[in-house]
Design a protein around this ligand. Structure first.
Ligand code: PLP
Length: 390
């Protein structure tokens, strides 16, 4: 318990893309439901089990509603988007007897990149498409690499470090129109809660989402599978999730995900407006007071809460550590096993030099901070940069 003293109550989380943090409303509802959340096995046929089953199905319906799923589309609960992404990639390949191809981009989350690299080691053909120097992936750059040999294309909807929004629905529609039978998967983890997301409009076959990026507990996610598509499970065992994902369900996590989805459905418009305003306030303050600071991408093409910034002559690690001491949480984009920040694989994957990437930071904002708190954080960033620059 003593370690809790290490948490700074006045800290400001400007690292919302790493985790939104469990929202107060979600905690409050979970506490109210405590008696019903006894974690009895939802596969048990007694009443206790059936209560758990009911709660899981209620959460599933709330998330399906948020994402405009058709009733026949499947939503498979997983342990998080890492598992959802791995399931999508490996499932597409497991179903095939011959070696086939995966197309993805160089700036995906490691749960796609590492899964794809594993397939390459197993002699599957894997194409990593590089976006342009602004982090944008064109429809053509993907389409020229997708053909009848391709089993799956996986392209994220919103990049976690730059916030760039990819033209996923356009690409998926083109693939469909050309009659190419490859599956289209999108990692929509960073899109949810920041831009409107409709599975139907995206026109994809598979989509990954994660609970802790929208205010639910960590350790729960989902893979959406379009109506009519059967996937090979990643985990074998019991018949849970209609035999698509074995293992006793994480009831507490799933219920928290359902609550967060219900809240988001009601507040999405407001949330988007607020995070856009917050970013504008924040960015105006930084660009007016800090010389030689530039966005790494075109901000009009990004999710409204994310700022990827190049700050000349300021080493990312020095700034992350200095701000941490001030109770301001930002990120370099990447966290290596040692816990020390390193250059972002996304910025490097866009073709940026190591030198420039190591002078870049990611700020990702929430909707919940009042203006004075945001300005306080901006001023701490400004004074840390002045100190580092000497
Ligand atoms: N995909 C993206 C784009 C992410 O940002 C993350 C988490 O940072 C993940 C996947 C993995 O999600 P989870 O933490 O639920 O495994």
């Amino acid at each position: 318990m003593n370690n809790l003293n290490l948490l700074n109550k006045n800290s400001i989380n400007l690292d919302a893309n790493a985790s939104w943090g469990t929202s107060e409303e979600v905690w409050a509802e979970l506490c109210e439901m405590q008696a019903a959340l006894g974690s009895l096995n939802p596969s048990s046929i007694h009443q206790g089990g059936q209560r758990s089953r009911f709660l899981i199905e209620e959460a599933r319906d709330s998330i399906k509603d948020l994402l405009s799923l058709k009733s026949a589309d499947k939503l498979i609960f997983t342990s998080g988007a890492t598992e959802s992404n791995n399931t999508a990639i490996f499932s597409a390949m497991l179903g095939k007897k011959i070696k086939t191809a995966v197309v993805t981009s160089t700036i995906e989350h490691p749960s796609i990149l590492e899964a794809a690299k594993k397939l390459a080691l197993l002699d599957h053909k894997v194409v990593f498409v590089q976006p342009d120097s602004k982090g944008e992936t064109s429809v053509d750059s993907i389409l020229t690499n997708v053909n009848s040999e391709t089993s799956i294309l996986s392209l994220m909807l919103v990049n976690n470090e730059t916030g760039i929004i990819n033209p996923v629905s356009q690409i998926a529609s083109n693939i469909q129109q050309q009659g190419i039978s490859c599956l289209v998967h999108t990692d929509a983890v960073q899109a949810l809660g920041k831009i409107p997301v409709s599975f139907m409009d995206l026109n994809v076959d598979l989509m990954s989402i994660s609970g802790h990026k929208i205010g639910a507990l960590a350790g729960v996610g989902a893979l959406i599978v379009r109506d009519g598509l059967e996937i090979e499970p990643l985990l074998y065992g019991g018949p849970q999730e209609k035999r698509s994902r074995a293992g006793t369900e994480n009831i507490l996590g799933i219920v928290s995900f359902g609550i967060a989805a219900k809240i988001l459905k009601k507040s999405l418009k407001e949330r988007i407006t607020k995070i856009s305003q917050n970013r504008e306030i924040f960015w105006r303050e930084l660009r007016n007071k800090i010389p030689n600071i530039l966005p790494n991408v075109d901000l009009s093409k990004t999710s409204p809460n994310t700022l990827s910034l190049f700050i000349e002559d300021v080493n990312t690690s020095d700034l992350v550590v200095a701000l941490d001491l001030e109770g301001i949480y930002i990120s370099s984009g990447a966290a290596c096993a040692s816990g020390k920040p390193g250059a972002s694989h996304v910025l490097l994957g866009m073709g940026m030099s190591e030198e420039r990437a190591s002078q870049s930071i990611r700020i990702s904002l929430k909707d919940s901070y009042p203006e004075e708190k945001l300005l306080e954080a901006a001023h701490k960033i400004i004074s840390c940069i002045e100190r580092i620059r000497g």
